[in-house]
Design a protein around this ligand. Structure first.
Ligand code: CTP
Ligand code: CA
Length: 224
């Protein structure tokens, strides 16, 4: 009687979360990467586990400690992230795609260090697969949450992504704002849902942002 635990909001739910940047190799000594540090995605993974979920975290290269009791799968490139996410997708109840996936990868991943040449140079790039868009076209029961990192026209771009990718909620993030974006411990986000709702959150810790996002996910899972 005294040991009865309150049921956790995400008890028994399987959450698939992605975090961090991806790293696209040019040659053995050089790569293309972005400014994502993984803090937001790791905060979501940690909080989801505390809320009772079974969490798989597909992580790009970051320098953060793996959250306790979370199944962490380390990847480097967008192609590797794509493969791992698809592998775990069918099993998931909800997917939260926090990762900053590279939109392009070098067309050639040179086996040997490239040598400098006189004059101008360029690296040919090819597009990567849009993982979230693919999930949106494949989903049956899964709740899908995306992030939109923007520096202008935040609302317009975010809602565009919500529709184009066929997802349930998008977390819009003005990465140019003070106290938001890459590497900070705080964030300023607005949540847009498919039903047209808009929730503007004030500046808060990434842990609290994570709790707000997961509360919405838990609500959407109950409505199914
Ligand atoms: N995303 C993805 N696969 C990609 C690119 C993006 O799964 N190849 C996901 C991100 O994880 C994020 C969402 O899509 O949840 C939006 O990413 P973002 O870079 O903001 O949007 P893009 O659609 O790539 O558009 P753009 O970069 O032109 O703004
Ligand atoms: Ca992008």
């Amino acid at each position: 009687f005294f040991n009865v635990k309150k049921t956790q909001p995400l008890q028994g739910k399987k959450l698939l979360i992605t975090a961090g940047p991806t790293r696209e190799n040019i040659d053995p000594v050089r790569f293309i990467m972005n400014r994502s540090t993984g803090k937001m995605g790791y905060a979501i993974a940690e909080q989801a586990e505390k809320m009772g979920a079974q969490v798989t975290l597909v992580s790009g290269p970051v320098s953060l400690a793996p959250p306790a009791n979370v199944n962490v799968i380390d990847v480097e490139s967008a192609a590797e992230m794509h493969k791992e996410v698809l592998k775990h997708f069918t099993d998931a109840d909800a997917v939260i795609k926090t990762a900053a996936v590279a939109d392009y990868t070098p067309k050639f991943h040179h086996e040997h260090k490239m040598k400098k040449q006189p004059g101008e140079s360029s690296i040919p790039l090819v597009g990567t697969a849009d993982i979230l868009k693919e999930l949106g076209s494949k989903k049956d029961k899964q709740i899908l949450v995306g992030f939109a990192a923007e520096t202008e026209n935040v609302e317009q771009y975010a809602i565009g992504k919500l529709q184009k990718k066929n997802i349930d909620m998008i977390v819009a993030n003005n990465v140019a704002a003070e106290g938001a974006g890459f590497g900070t411990d705080t964030n300023i986000v607005t949540l847009f849902k498919r039903d047209g709702s808009k929730t503007e959150l004030p500046k808060m810790s990434k842990t609290d942002v994570a709790k707000n996002i997961l509360r919405e996910v838990s609500r959407m899972l109950k409505k199914e």
